[in-house]
Write a new protein. Sequence first.
Lengths: 223, 388
Amino acid sequence: MEDINRKKFIQLCMYTSAGLFAGYFFGFSKNEVDVTNLSFENLEKFDWGYVIDTTRCIGCGACVRACKVENEVKDTYFRTWVERYEINGKEVVRVDSPNGALSSFSHDNFDSDIVKAFFVPKICNHCYNSACTQVCPVGASYHSPDKVVLIDKDHCVGCGYCVQACPYACRYIDHEVGTADKCTLCYHRIHQGLEPACVDACPREVRIFGKYVRFCMNADSEF
Amino acid sequence: MKDKLHIYTIFSVIIIVIVIAVLIGGILTPKSFGDYGHYRWKSIAEIASKEVINQNVEVCQECHNNLYLIHKKDAHYGVPCVDCHGPADMHVKYYKSDSTSKAITQDQATLKKEYNLEGCLYCHRKLKARPADFPQIDVKEHYTFLNVIDSTTKCTECHSPHEPIFLLTEVNHSRLHPIISQCGDCHTEKVDNDYSKVPNHPKIFECQDCHNEIYADFESKPHHNHIECTSCHLFHKQNETSGRMYKNGNAKFCLLCHETKSFKNPDYPPKIFWPEHIGNLKYLANINQKICLNCHVDKIHKMKLDLKAAPHTVNWIKEHGKLGLNASGSDFNPTCNQCHETNYCTNCHQVKIPHPNDWMETHHSTVEKKGKKVCQNCHKPAFCADCH
């Protein structure tokens, strides 16, 4: 009995590995898009800068709508959203963002006596030492050479660790696809020389985008 | 012998397991994984190859150049086309008739044109959190003020979205800026009745109805005897009935009345000899700049010379250091260059003021040449030590 079992076991092993090999050549080998215009050395030269001037924001939500359309973000999820902070005379603070400010804000939360109020557009910070990429167990969340935090959706298993790890709540699980999702800084746009959709849609130049070096000089001369 | 066979068996099983694990790992790991880091390198290209959906202004401009030229001159110049008209990817594909356009119907390719009230209010609804200098509308107040009865009235019936400073002036849409809308627009014959008794009659405004403070100032001062509000604030383009409100005219504009050659009456208006009037102060003698109002703040309405704005008091030489710097004394106050040439400060202070943009890099060599005392002309002695 023992001999037969071992024989069968080895046979089984051989068949399995043969099957895997066959599968590798026919099934698993996915045709990957070839990198033509993007090379690692070129990408390393980029360092993007993104500034949000909250004093100019009018909370119209144009950025939110543009992002939704551009990146096909599903309902109730947001890659960028606008928050409103209102402080009244008794120093009560109310923060709200009805539906991510998708259709702007309809009324003030306090009837009167608002001492200070302002809008804060929120977006992924693309941190240099990001918490979300560190916790990914499968290497699906990573920093691109130009320091944008991206998700490889083919590889992501949707465990949700990164969603919990992000301190800014900028990630969500896309339940239709079953993967995590987040702002890509409109990676497809910035490498065509365009600005991210939210920057492009902003009517008040609240969001400013550019390469970091040029950007510093601008900021220097302005302030 | 038999014992050793057991050991071989165990080891061979372990080795087989390892080999299979490595093989499976190799098979399941994508090709480009780990090329440049712990990620699949080619996923970057996949993400970057996504199609652009929101078209930017340059794309729209290629076909709609006439609209673009109007749009960029007016107050909505910063509002990109996507904000009102939506993403134009289908539209562009359909009308440029690429091979992919066959699947697109004309319905999909049509962009949103009509914008309802809510759409305008995304930006212009009155909210405390919006910056105070941004134009905001409380619809209820706006409609009661203008006697608009139909609450479904759209903003675009009076305001042109591409040129918001202009008001549309078809006679039917008589809820217009009072200066533009006159009785004669609707009535061909003279009307005796007081219009306030006529139901649903649009209100006819005078300047002072809204701008009463300015009007009171204006009324009490001599400008009033010679000009009207519309003399400065309203111009008609040729063949157009819509008007543009002008503020802060340039020097040329003021000199239309005040220059020597235009005098009809020797006493009034007051003579201004240009460019001697500003020449003594080494002013930028450019007639196209709005430099009159730098000193004659509110002169137009109040006829008052504001000495704070033009800080040339008797003690000017002693005091100007305070005004030359900002409140904390850390940075230059750029107001000098609003009137004076850029080298005006430099003539005495020997250093370019305000400092050039690359000052951070170049100031070492300048200070070496001219000595540390140059800095102390304006800054406190401790200023250099803050960084050094």
